[in-house]
Each structure stands twice: as C-alpha cells, then as structure tokens.
Design a protein around this ligand. Structure first.
Ligand SMILES: Cc1cc2nc3c(=O)[nH]c(=O)nc-3n(C[C@H](O)[C@H](O)[C@H](O)COP(=O)(O)OP(=O)(O)OC[C@H]3O[C@@H](n4cnc5c(N)ncnc54)[C@H](O)[C@@H]3O)c2cc1C
Ligand code: SF4
Length: 426
C-alpha cells in the first residue's frame, strides 16, 4: 500500500494483479457485495447477546464513562478507556500483544502506522486518535508469523476486514482473541496533517509528531486543538475552530469509501468505544467515552474494574449511544440512502436507496459535504504542486463559509438561505 498524490493509501502491485479477480478477495473486502455484512457477522460472533438495535448492533451492555485508574484518561483522546482496555487485556494475560496505531519516528513517509505492542508501556505510548490513513497488512503478517493471542484495535471497516480475514484463515482466527472498535465519523487523508501545518506557518517536513486532539481539561472536549511537535524540539498549537478546514462535519479530506459506509460503531467488534458527544460530557475537557460491549469476557472485565473503582461507568441504553453520534447516524442512514439513490452502480448496503422524503436543505448539505470531500483532495494537490498554500486555504475558507451557512444558518449567507427556504423545507 502506498500514499497516492492525494495522501490516501492505495494498493500497489503488478498490473496483472489488479486485473485478476479472486473470489477470496471479494469475500474479504469489507466493501464487497460478496462479503458477509455486519449483521450476519455479528449474528455468528455474538449469538447470545441479549440486546439488538438496528443502529448499534447486537450488544450485552452500553456505558458512558472513563478510566479512573492511572493517567489513561489524561493521556487518551477521550476517556482513555481504549488504552485502559488494551492494557488490561495484556495484564490479565488474555492477550500477548495489541495491534494498534502509533507514531513513526524513523523518518518514514507516513506519520502513523499500525504496530504491535507487547507491553503496557508500549500501549500507553500509542494512545490518542489518529485521523490519518493506515493499513493492516504488516500487522496481519506478523500475527500470522508469530504465535500468540492478539487484540486488534480499529475503526469499523477495519474490524470488519479482520473478521472477514479470520473467517477465511483458521490460523488468524485462532490468534485474534479480541477486537476493540473505535466509533468512526470518517477517515482523513494524510493531507489534513499538512494543512494544519500550513495553517501554523509550517511545512510538512517540519512535523516530527502531531496530536489532533491535544487535551485541555479547562476547555470543552469538543474544542479540538492540534499540537504539532517540531523537528527542532519546539511545538505549535492551533484550535480547529480557527482553521480553514477545521469543521469535522464539512468532510474535508474524507476518504471516498466513507461515502458508502453504514457502520458507525464497529458492530462486529467485541467492544466499541466512542466519545460521549452529549452534554454534560461534551463540555468536560477531561474526555468521556461511550462503550458498547458485545463479548461476555469483556463485559466481565469492565464490570470487575468498575466495582474496584478503576473505571467510572454508568449504564446507558442504545438511544443514548445513538444520540452521542447523531451527526454520524444522519450521514450514514438518511445521507447514505440519498447517496445510494444517485449512485450509478450503487454498492449493496444494509440501508436501502431512497431519494424521497429528505428535505431540500438537508439534500443540499449532504451534496455539499460530498463535494467538499472530493474537491479538498484536488485543490490541495494543486496548491501543493504550485507551492501556493493560499490557493487551498482561500478555497477551503469559502467552502466552509458556505457549508456553515447552509448547515447552521451562520453569517449573512446563512440568513439569506433562511429567507429563501420556504417554511417546512429547512
Ligand atoms: C478516524 C477516526 C474517526 C473517529 N470518529 C469518531 C466519531 O465520529 N465519533 C466518536 O465518538 N469517536 C470517533 N472516533 C474515536 C475517538 O476519536 C476515540 O478514539 C475513542 O473515543 C477512544 O478514545 P480513548 O481516549 O478511549 O482512546 P485512547 O486511550 O486515546 O486510545 C486510542 C487507541 O486507538 C488506537 N488508534 C488511534 N487511531 C487509530 C486508527 N486510526 N486505527 C486504529 N487504531 C487507532 C491508538 O493506537 C490507541 O490504542 C474516531 C477515531 C478515528 C481513528
Ligand atoms: S467512515 Fe466507515 S468506511 Fe470510513 S473509515 Fe470509518 S468505518 Fe471505514
């Protein structure tokens, strides 16, 4: 897999390899119509899970909370529960290693990659959300080569890919003991990091490390700040709100596959973690997770840790979990149905295509988001090629102004759109 001109990972191989169709590949690609969907996979994996919900899948329990023990919460992007759970699996001897995403510090062309951590220290060092293209091939090879029990952390389509690979390969199936899912809005290209660097007066080559969610307990959790560590030892910070492309929902640098995604919460993972994007948690800068549990062993682990006050967990229902991801579910239910209806060769999804019933203004929002995602790659490519950051940044500011006017009625343009929109059509 190689980064392409848009900073997205693409397979690279001999021409004949691209041209050859194989049934096994079709069965293991998470976006293939020949692969089992999330419902079928979850039914086989979690047959005894007592709760079923069309949006968050089969589950045993759901919680809102954080890691109370140690500094997992302070070191994590959200409530630190993912790193805590990975560390607990290692400490309890339930796994020998964890496959997850850490920084590269060897001058590689990528800032992050999947790695295998075999100690709690290594797990802790790789905490934080990486909104950056990564791929699993190297760690899957290592899992196949080195006997042991592994936990794999990933966004929903990656966990589905691991499940499909396990279904094909008994060796892998015997070694992947647990999967830990991350809720997912969408994946970004490598250009987002470069764009943030540009907006701090830096070049991509200056970046030694990047944290897309530098934490400040004194400020709301949803005020994202990017912190860039510089090669000369210094650091720069900038709030997303002050960046030309700093509104996550506008879709800048989104991977195209995400337009065809219908799994928000990693429905095939043994346990899934996200951010509690509802009040009072969204305003709590220390960070708070929502958790959906599907494996009885993980359920027992979490309950035991909560009883020992290592975790602060309050039970919640599916409705609560869905509310924390309201925008993600709109985009991957109503928005997906609309996109599928307009797709010439629409992929087969669990959501049926439907163009009717979506108010015109919402249709415009979904359309604009797609356009921003597509054009951000192209305009950034041109600006990079011409070494003219202002070209991309001026375009991005205009795109963001239009998106926020349409979506939040912001500014004069927003007021004008409000006046134009007929009552009942907003
Ligand atoms: C691309 C992306 C989009 C996301 N979108 C949403 C969203 O829309 N809504 C929401 O609630 N949450 C979303 N999340 C999850 C959220 O950002 C937090 O990762 C999650 O809440 C866990 O926080 P934590 O403090 O418990 O994890 P931490 O303790 O910070 O640990 C995070 C763990 O995840 C691993 N990791 C980080 N990035 C990746 C990656 N790309 N692939 C595989 N492993 C990784 C790290 O190595 C670490 O082990 C997203 C995450 C990613 C990577
Ligand atoms: S939005 Fe869906 S397709 Fe895109 S990275 Fe997340 S899980 Fe994968």
């Amino acid at each position: 897999m190689r980064l392409d001109a848009y900073g997205q990972l693409r397979p690279s191989g001999p021409r004949g390899w691209y041209a050859r169709r194989t049934e096994a590949f079709a069965r293991t690609c998470p976006f293939s119509a020949a692969a089992l969907n999330e419902d079928l996979l979850a039914a086989a994996l979690f047959p005894a899970a007592p709760r079923r919900d069309a949006r968050i899948g089969r589950h045993i329990a759901a919680y809102v909370g954080w890691a109370a023990a140690g500094d997992f919460r302070a070191a994590g992007s959200s409530g630190g529960l993912v790193s805590w759970a990975a560390a607990a699996l290692l400490q309890e001897g339930l796994v020998d290693a964890v496959a997850h995403v850490g920084g590269t510090d060897d001058g590689a062309d990528k800032l992050f990659r999947y790695q295998i951590s075999r100690s709690v220290d290594e797990v802790r060092r790789a905490a934080k959300s990486r909104y950056y293209p990564v791929e699993l091939s190297g760690v899957l090879q290592e899992i196949r080569a080195v006997p042991g029990r592994y936990a794999v952390i990933g966004v929903p389509c990656f966990i589905k890919a691991v499940r499909l690979a396990c279904a094909e390969d008994p060796l892998l199936r015997g070694r992947v003991a647990f999967t830990l899912g991350l809720f997912c809005g969408h994946m970004k290209s490598a250009r987002m990091a470069e764009s943030h660097a540009w907006q701090m007066g830096l070049r991509a080559a200056d970046i030694a490390s990047i944290d897309f969610r530098a934490k400040d307990p004194a400020r709301p959790a949803n005020w994202y700040t990017t912190r860039i560590g510089l090669r000369d030892g210094g650091e720069r910070r900038r709030d997303w709100w002050h960046m030309a492309d700093g509104d996550w929902g506008a879709g800048f640098f989104q991977a195209s596959a995400c337009d065809a995604c219908d799994d928000v919460v990693a429905e095939t993972a043994d346990v899934s973690f996200g951010d509690a994007w509802v009040e009072p948690y969204a305003s709590d800068g220390r960070g708070t997770n929502v958790v959906v549990v599907r494996s009885p062993q993980i359920a027992e682990l979490l309950e035991r840790a909560a009883a020992a006050a290592a975790l602060a967990l309050s039970p919640v229902d599916a409705e609560f979990v869905v509310r924390t991801q309201a925008a993600g579910f709109r985009q991957r239910r109503e928005g997906l149905a609309l996109r599928l209806a307009h797709w010439r060769a629409a992929p087969r999804k669990r959501v049926a295509p439907a163009a009717r019933g979506v108010p015109p203004r919402r249709q415009a929002i979904y359309g604009l988001r797609c356009a921003i995602a597509r054009w951000s790659h192209r305009v950034f490519w041109l600006a990079r090629r011409l070494r003219c950051p202002w070209l991309y940044l001026s375009w991005a500011r205009a795109a963001l102004r239009t998106y926020q006017a349409l979506t939040y009625s912001r500014g004069r343009l927003g007021a004008a759109i409000d006046r134009l929109a007929k009552p009942g059509q907003a």
